[in-house]
Design a protein around this ligand. Structure first.
Ligand SMILES: [Zn+2]
Length: 242
């Protein structure tokens, strides 16, 4: 995995603007793993994908994540810092295939990946989404030592399976325990590395464009020359111009 440098940030940002978040995540990872085909990255479980996104964010912008939340009790704005290692649950993201006993049936399945979620996202309702997810991810259903079709699972069994899948991929569903010092309210909030990282990249890309604009205007340098400079050197030149 390589960090994103200034030219990568602008390229990924430009491409990702028009993309669905599922594709955006793959664009980010493909920049970090340029030798790995995009199709292969799409087959990572969502937990594995998010673990890589978290590592990429750490390599690119550092390990500290500045967060804020609004207290649902008193509306106080809460600012806090988490570190990447606090929310990286590596040991639990490796296994792709699992099994679950539901009643008389033993269900063997694989964890959902980006391709599954992209297919499910087009479903017309929750039931259709649940059916499609089970159809795509169930590898085998065994009842009385005989392999039976996934469609023989009841609606309840399918819902149970979908719930179990989510529990097996905790990296895909990070929740933070928050406490408001002003009113003592305690609550949980979801931390989504993809939207967090994308918001940061969005800000960084706009800043980079502004830097290019300022330096190109002052010195006549090309965009590629300015972006290939180290951050420190760019800041010195900007300091002299502004
Ligand atoms: Zn509060």
């Amino acid at each position: 995995m390589r960090p994103l440098f200034a030219p990568d940030i602008l390229r990924v940002w430009e491409q990702g603007q028009a993309e669905h978040p599922l594709d955006r995540a793959l664009t980010l990872l493909h920049a970090a793993f340029p030798d790995t085909p995009r199709d292969e990255l799409a087959q990572l479980t969502i937990g594995q994908r998010d673990a890589y996104l978290l590592k990429l964010r750490e390599l690119t912008f550092g390990s500290k994540l500045n967060c804020f939340a609004e207290c649902p009790g008193c509306k106080e704005r809460l600012e806090f810092v988490i570190t990447a290692s606090e929310i990286l649950l590596l040991s639990e993201t490796g296994e792709k295939n699992h099994e679950l006993e539901i009643g008389e049936a033993l269900v063997q399945y694989r964890m959902p990946n980006s391709l599954d979620l992209a297919a499910v996202a087009r479903s017309r309702d929750v039931d259709a989404a649940c059916n499609l997810l089970v159809q795509r991810c169930v590898l085998q259903v065994i009842r009385d030592s005989i392999s039976v079709d996934w469609s023989e699972l009841s609606s309840l069994a399918k819902a149970k399976l979908a719930e179990h899948m989510a529990e097996q991929d905790p990296q895909a569903d990070i929740t933070l325990d928050l406490h408001c010092p002003a009113c003592d309210h305690k609550w949980q909030t979801v931390f989504d590395i993809l939207s967090y990282f994308w918001a940061e990249l969005n800000m960084d890309a706009r800043r980079l464009l502004y830097d290019v604009h300022t330096l190109a205007l002052a010195y006549g340098w090309s965009e590629s020359d300015i972006l290939s400079m180290s951050y420190t050197r760019r800041q010195y030149y900007l300091g002299m111009v502004t």
